[in-house]
Design a protein around this ligand. Sequence first.
Ligand SMILES: *Cc1c(COP(=O)(O)O)cnc(C)c1O
Length: 716
Amino acid sequence: MTDPYIQWQVPARVSRLKDLAYNLWWSWHPEARALFKEIDLSLWSRSHHNPVFLLQNSQTRLEALSQDPQFLARYDRLIESFERYQSGQDTWFKKAYPESKGSIAYFSAEFGVHNSLRIYSGGLGILAGDHCKTASDLGLPLVGVGFMYPQGYGQQRISADGWQQNVFEQIDWSVSPVRPILGPDGKRVIVDVGWGQWTLHVALWEVNIGRVRLVLMDTHVDGNAVADREISGRLYGGDKNMRLRQEIVLGIGGVRVLRALGIPVSVFHSNEGHCAFLFMELLREKIAAGLSYDEAAKEVASCGVFTTHTPVEAGHDIFDEQLVTQYFRDYRPALGMTEEGFLEFGKVPGEPGFNMTALALKLAGRRNGVSRRHGFVSRKMWSKLWPGSPEEGVPIDSVTNGVHLATWVQQELGWIFNKYLGENWWERQDDGAVWSRVAAIPDEELWAIHQRNKEEMLQLFRSRVRNRWVAGQTDPSQVLAQGSLLDASALTIGFARRFAGYKRANLILRDIERLKRLLLDPWTPLQIIFAGKAHPADDLGKSLIQQVYRLAKDPAFGGRIVFVEDYDMHLARYLVQGCDLWLNNPLAPLEACGTSGQKAAVNGVPNLSILDGWWEEGYNGSNGWAIGQAGGRGSGEAADAADANDIYETLEKQIVPLYYDRGQDRIPHGWVKIMKESIRSVAPRFCGDRMVKEYMERFYAPRPAPLAIPAGSELV
Ligand SMILES: *Cc1c(COP(=O)(O)O)cnc(C)c1O
């Protein structure tokens, strides 16, 4: 590699290790992870699995390994399979779309690809990461566009009285899997984003995700006003003004960046409304090229895809109209629109403000929610933009989310799949016939691997809290609250997700005496692991964490309620692989999809969930447990009480007895049957391949768009 940015060296014989370190392909290929581990296991673990850091600090060891025939043989094999993958010879896409031209540009405010790259906060980002990895596996010509956040998203610490603290650490890019994008002259590519009096430049970075290139914009550039340098400082940081500038850079800047890099794009996909200004910029380009407004709008619609991700009102960006007017004063004339006409883009009839979701819905020709229920709810929610149309005629479709199996399926479980489903299960992951062979896995084998995963999860909790204890950052009751008393033989519920009001983390705490009986039963104990962050500005979410944390510290619960700090992708993997049961109890119908339950299910961890989001489609009567009522019971005390009662009753009457029903061999065969049914029924339908193929076939490929939008001032 002759990248002037990378000053450090590795021995010539193993020089391709650098390419590997800078391509997150390694993160979902076990042979690559194993090779890095072999270089220095302790450094690997201390660096939180960061090969860039590992290589930089292993010079001597690498010298030795480059003489070691066994290591070299493995290295050569690995590089060969990496190259085969990168060449993209016979991918699904190549076969299905041999004539296809142009790239799919996938815009997102966050990307959760790996923990060594903290530019994500939660579900939305991880979905984007899974989308990119899957697109790479399938061979889609996809390019990601996002932000480089020098401070990423805050890490979570919980104070002794249970209050969330956010710790922001400057990310050190020299030890992250990102590189600057350089022009032919060897200098950094800088792109202009501002207009009128506003000069704003972005510098570009690149992350490789297998065959997919992710381009990240960074406003920390000389020549930018000090305030503008902070635009890409923090994910979801700052006030509305900052947020608007972020979204301008993300959408408008993103399009300009793709042009500057000369990437031919045929589809523009906005992942959530944060990026929706991209459609406006496309409109401006086409009008500048001489098209009439109507023609331009038709073309934008035909290449625009928009995915909405939440039915929760607060999840949609709404900006003050004055603020928008002010920022776009010098931009608007290029669209040939009046101020009022311009504001119409973000207008929801009868509501104040400039709504980014409305903007995206009006300009993109293909729109979708992320589960069947969410499609239905979104059509209802946004029907006001299509007055006169019946709800079922509102043109918002749905593609149910899925998860990237190679990222989320525990490695040794993957080997069991190799053995019983066939080595190619991974390439045929959306084929139900492959998964019907799960029945052939012996109960002992599946149970043994599950128990091992559970032990590893508990081990992780203990080692984390031990480090904190040694560092003097925590008191004894906090050590217990974070899981050091957990018992590997007790039925273990996982509840990990954002602590937002509608997710109702405290629902299972409603009848505390009833819960306590379950937790402390001497023969059939139960324990609950909570994890998750509250948005830094969400005091309600923080108070929910505090409520849980106080119980976790309370001796009356025997250490059987725990709260584990700093939920991130790394912790999520251990949790979805190591718990016995995955609980999700949002206030229906507010869960758009909910992907953590899918990750759990494919690892043989059954769901106990409200019939909402993906579970309404996924539940089949024998692959887990459903609670609540499809479409919800409304909101309020009565609904909460009924849903909570469903949880207790299902636990008391079905789940606990089944889990502890052991044969002579101490294996809960009835339970294992549900584990298998969970894998069999969920994997083919909620895997990344199914999701991305569906986007390709139904959203990226067809054109021109079936639905053009009405012209300028008539926009509604
Ligand atoms: C999968 C995942 C999420 C999203 O899970 P939901 O079920 O949609 O809440 C959030 N955070 C992390 C770290 C995840 O891995």
